[in-house]
Design a binder for this molecule. Structure first.
Ligand SMILES: Cc1cc2nc3c(=O)[nH]c(=O)nc-3n(C[C@H](O)[C@H](O)[C@H](O)COP(=O)(O)OP(=O)(O)OC[C@H]3O[C@@H](n4cnc5c(N)ncnc54)[C@H](O)[C@@H]3O)c2cc1C
Length: 413
């Protein structure tokens, strides 16, 4: 495995559960330090986005995204089926392995005015045809389910995504990593994979030791035995199969053209204000406001607001501005006023990979023995456990759980 984010940890676990010997190479010092670190925590079936929700993007990406719209039919059905499998697998792993990831049930999408409420009605049938259970509920019912909502904020109706909820992706990955280790998976941290080559009899993985340049500030919970002692310099090791789960870094290793762009997002996380007189402050589960492009989620005793989505070139890194963070603070104040302690706010930004059709890249790569599990698009956490389970079965030659041909990386070849 290359990469120990959610995709890498879940796939390593599933492969080991099917009897494979697995090693995970991660350039960082722990699991779930990148895109999986501060996800908005939505655990939701993949709902095809309404056109107005698409994030801003460079011109070429917009053009490719527009061209890809016509091919979405079968792919949307496969993605919806994958996300349903994934939610079921996440629930099963939580239960069987006793994973505690601050899970909540409930996901509502705000429809602030009559125009927006009318616009979604046309989509309900299409979502139903994809097997997605999404109810249109009125404002009174939405406020009953989320009693912390600002009574002054205009609200016409809401979409209730049945089976939607939240979970702390990072906590989940950390606990699943322990379970994977019990099944014999080795985690090799501070190991950066530089190249993957094939000679027809196996794959050679070239990697080198990349020790941290400064003391780790987060996630330094490494354990004895995790990291196989590293020799300095470049090393080559052979494997029967290699699975790329390294997000944006996969483009350099895939041996085929992957038109990956970066989807940047900013987050604000703050402790929930706990007042006995106002027990309903803040969200109970997940509240999304597609019109403002933000989500507000409950993660244990904290509230996270995520927004500011924008597609950029992979190498383009832009520090978020104070004004962008203020938009999130205003959004939180609009929907859940006074619900957090503002003096303990954490602000951050994160990037994940995305391709123009917004679908995962899941399946065989461009050469024998090379596999991809990249979860571009909106709901990588929602798809992680199902994608891992389906791919592990494919790699191990087990019968397929789902038809996933439309999500294969070879659609880009
Ligand atoms: C701000 C934000 C909010 C999100 N909110 C949601 C949400 O609410 N719901 C949802 O379903 N999804 C959400 N997502 C998406 C979801 O979090 C991601 O799809 C998922 O975490 C991606 O996991 P990953 O393992 O593919 O990538 P990552 O977590 O980025 O892991 C990739 C790993 O590969 C390592 N790596 C890269 N290159 C190399 C190399 N050459 N050698 C070794 N290691 C390497 C990296 O260090 C990294 O640890 C969100 C994402 C972001 C950024």
């Amino acid at each position: 495995m290359v990469g120990a984010g959610l995709a890498g940890v879940t796939t390593a676990y599933e492969l080991a559960a099917l009897g494979a010997q697995v090693q995970v190479f991660e350039r960082g010092g722990s699991v779930a330090e990148q895109a999986s670190f501060a996800s908005s925590a939505l655990l939701s079936p993949a709902v095809p986005a309404l056109p107005a929700e698409l994030p801003p993007a460079p011109l070429l990406f917009r053009l490719r995204r527009w061209r890809a719209r016509g091919q979405a039919g079968e792919a949307s059905a496969q993605l919806a089926a994958l996300s349903q499998l994934s939610l079921a697998r996440t629930a099963a792993l939580r239960q069987e392995l006793g994973l505690e990831d601050e899970a909540t049930q409930g996901l509502l999408l705000a429809l602030p005015d009559a125009k927006r409420a009318a616009a979604v009605e046309g989509h309900l049938e299409a979502w139903k045809a994809l097997g997605l259970s999404i109810d249109l509920i009125d404002a009174t019912e939405a406020r009953r389910r989320e009693p912390g909502l600002n009574p002054e904020a205009p609200l016409q109706a809401a979409l209730a995504v049945v089976n939607g909820g939240t979970g702390n992706a990072r906590l989940f990955a950390q606990q699943l990593r322990q379970q994977a280790r019990r099944l014999g998976v080795t985690f090799r941290f501070h190991s950066t994979v530089r190249a993957v080559s094939s000679d027809g009899t196996g794959l050679t993985l070239r990697h080198d030791h990349t020790p941290p340049t400064e003391a780790p500030t987060r996630g330094a919970e490494r354990e004895p035995g995790d990291t196989v002692p590293q020799l300095p310099g470049v090393q080559d090791e052979r494997f029967d199969a290699v699975v790329l789960c390294n997000g944006l870094g996969a483009a350099a290793l895939a041996g085929q053209r992957l038109p990956l762009a970066a989807l940047q997002e900013i987050t604000v996380t703050a402790p929930l204000r706990l007042l006995e007189a106002h027990p309903d402050l803040g969200p109970k589960a997940a509240w999304a406001d597609p019109a403002r492009g933000l989500t507000v989620t409950r993660i244990g005793q904290r509230v996270r607001v995520t927004g500011g989505l924008a597609v950029t070139r992979p190498q383009h890194r832009q520090a978020p501005t104070t004004a962008e963070f203020e938009t999130l603070h205003r959004g939180l104040q609009h929907w859940f006023p006074g619900s957090v302690l503002h003096q303990q706010v954490q602000q951050g930004s994160s990037r994940r990979a995305v391709v123009p059709d917004g679908l995962p890249l899941l399946g065989a790569g461009g050469r024998p023995g090379l596999w991809l599990n990249l979860s571009p698009g909106g709901s990588g956490w929602g798809q992680a456990c199902g994608a891992a389970q389906a791919l592990a079965r494919q790699i191990m030659g087990e019968s397929a759980l789902l038809e996933l041909s439309a999500l294969s990386p070879q659609r880009l070849a």
